[in-house]
Design a protein around this ligand. Structure first.
Ligand SMILES: Nc1ncnc2c1ncn2[C@@H]1O[C@H](COP(=O)(O)OP(=O)(O)OP(=O)(O)O)[C@@H](O)[C@H]1O
Length: 283
């Protein structure tokens, strides 16, 4: 199992080079990455540098359109930088990063396959034998609380259940890193809180590397070990804020804690400053 307890801390590449984790402890690194879409006058992200240590849960927040999804797409190897480099596990990302699982806003389950088959698909592609496949799929169905729905089709599930299935599908093959792009964005507040706690519980058991894009400051604090705050677009890294809240975490307890209030205030001040700047730029 690749998912284990977190040990080392990631740091922005622009921070002290001495604090840099050894390459074997490093999951993802952006070195002065600039990317622009063809035909766009300005880049989507500019000179972005940061580092994510293995087994860390890192949230990325920033104003809408600043380039957060672009960062995930570069990490997954779906896009290539115009300038700078993206490294995964110390190796330059030059093609699709097969070690990364991607959970997008929409569940994207295949409508013609049952929950069980949707979750097992990645294992089948990786030639995992049938008995191991069954055992791993059953384990993940249980972990995400979908027992009894194995043979249901996506259209027979609620939005939250579809999201659980998509998370199980992403994690079932032990990816080295999970990229999550506002995975709980379209859900109602209660389902969202439940899934955040479930993700925390699963991650606390498995502890892999997660890069989690969100607009929600509270979600970022509750889930992450550190929060990368992006500037308005074209994004650069404004600050990397550590979240020194002990694990295991309980979201209800975190929301009432003084640490949460203080981190929220700091994050809000940074975020608000970026929103103000972005409004002035747009005016
Ligand atoms: N396929 C595309 N072609 C051209 N421009 C694009 C494309 N996709 C995104 N962009 C532009 O690149 C910039 C960054 O987009 P991106 O989706 O990465 O931002 P984001 O921070 O994830 O946004 P949001 O928070 O609203 O989801 C935006 O200005 C967007 O308009």
């Amino acid at each position: 199992m690749q998912w284990r307890r977190p040990e080392s801390v990631g740091a922005p590449a622009s921070a002290s080079r001495d604090a840099r984790p050894a390459v074997e402890d490093e999951a993802l690194r952006f070195e002065d990455v600039t990317f622009g879409f063809a035909g766009s006058a300005r880049p989507a992200i500019r000179d972005v540098s940061f580092r994510v240590a293995r087994r860390k849960f890192v949230a990325v927040i920033g104003p809408s359109g600043c380039g957060k999804s672009t960062i995930l797409n570069l990490s997954a190897g779906l896009l290539s930088p115009v300038r700078g480099e993206v490294y995964f596990g110390g190796r330059k990302v030059e093609k699709i990063n097969a070690e990364a699982a991607y959970v997008t806003q929409s569940a994207n389950l295949l409508p013609w396959l049952t929950v069980e088959r949707n979750i097992g698909l990645a294992l089948k592609f990786r030639d995992v034998g049938e008995s191991e496949r069954r055992e791993r799929v059953a384990r993940w169905i249980s972990l995400v609380g979908l027992e009894g729905f194995e043979h249901h089709y996506p259209r027979e599930l609620s939005g939250g259940m579809q999201k659980r299935a998509s998370i199980a599908r992403a994690l079932v093959y032990d990816p080295s890193i999970v990229l999550m792009d506002e995975p709980f964005g379209p859900l109602d507040a209660i389902t969202r809180l439940n899934l955040q706690q479930e993700l925390l519980d699963i991650w606390q058991q498995q502890s892999g590397t997660v890069v989690f894009v969100t607009h929600d400051l509270s979600e970022a604090i509750c889930l992450a070990d550190e929060v990368i705050v992006m500037s308005h677009g074209p994004a650069t890294v404004r600050k990397v804020l550590p979240v020194p809240i002990e694990r295991p975490r309980d979201i209800g307890a975190i929301l009432e804690s003084p640490e949460y209030a203080s981190i929220y205030r700091e994050l809000w001040e940074l975020f608000h400053a970026e929103l103000d700047t972005s409004r002035k730029v747009a005016a």
